[in-house]
Design a protein around this ligand. Sequence first.
Ligand code: OSB
Ligand code: MG
Length: 374
Amino acid sequence: MKIEKIVLRRMQLELKEPFQTSFGTQKEREFFIVEAYSKDHVGYGECVVNSRPLYSEETVKTAWHIAEDFLIPALYSKGEINHPDEVSEIFKPFRRNNMAKSAIEGAVWDLYAKENNISLAEALGGTKKQIEVGISIGIQESPEKLIETVEKYRSEGYKRMKIKIKPGTDIEMLSEVRKKYPNIAMMADGNSAYTLDDVELLKELDALNLTMIEQPLAHDDIIDHATLQAQIKTPVCLDESIHSLEDAKKAIKLGSCKIINIKIGRVGGLTEAKKIHDYCAEQNIPVWCGGMLESGIGRAHNIAITTLSNFTLPGDTAASSRYWAEDIINPEVVVTDGVITVPDQPGIGYEPVEELLDKYTLELKEYENEALTV
Ligand code: OSB
Ligand code: MG
């Protein structure tokens, strides 16, 4: 497979509603899309970064810089790519910058699937035809507002509610929801807002029958999470702390978590995501697919990876309409009774709409593979 041209498109989409987490409130998403061209096809990837380095250290500018100055030249210098697994090997000398790497690798995976006339899910070895999804609910201003929001998504059929928490907006809010809905699948995401000083408070979660507590402690920690997990019954799930298979192995060995949230961008791409999935399956650690408020392109990649068998817990990949007035793909991602039907068309299975890409593009740059044109 020869990649003849890569296009980066910086875009911005307004969220229908602001999304509040313990690290800030987001009203829009600025990100970029990668288009990888062969002679006959285009593969698409999404860089799941943001304008500000609040969730991770990467931003749109740093990821663009890494892609333009290091990753694209490295990819071109390889010449022919036989399988997308080679891309993470090519990128290996460059440390971290996982979201930048994942964006390009994702476009190559889509291109590879299209060249081989198979769906991305099939290219990854996924077998599920339908996937179950939950929803991630931002911090709400009152328990009443939270219950109203839960009710809306519950009635739409989402399979589990993930509720964002931070100190001061946690136990009471969650208890109100549990009182109202004794049986719904419910979890909380702390986004690193707590420390071991909060162990007593975190122990109170055990009474609420949560499926898990996601990343309560520091974004770069696996030691304190192990200490916490030993003291609470609620399973700890790691998000921010896991950047690679190595991280996953160490966290599992230490007992830092019982569940892992796999985000393709955070771990540097689909190849690494698959490795983490496979290792967790061997270790009896369930995984699920997290989200970064993706556009339809990133969303499509999340759907494809979720078809692997150890994605046994509902992910955060909600419908396009939950985030955007109009998504940039056709068809949009639709959720019916908490289920997404996995597309079987070649590649990501959702077609980016040219006019919508152009409408929301702020900046576009093309990188020709000159080695091929001389
Ligand atoms: O911690 O999982 C998270 C969104 C942005 C950054 C971090 C997180 C999230 C979400 C939303 O929880 C998931 C989604 O709906 O895409
Ligand atoms: Mg999270």
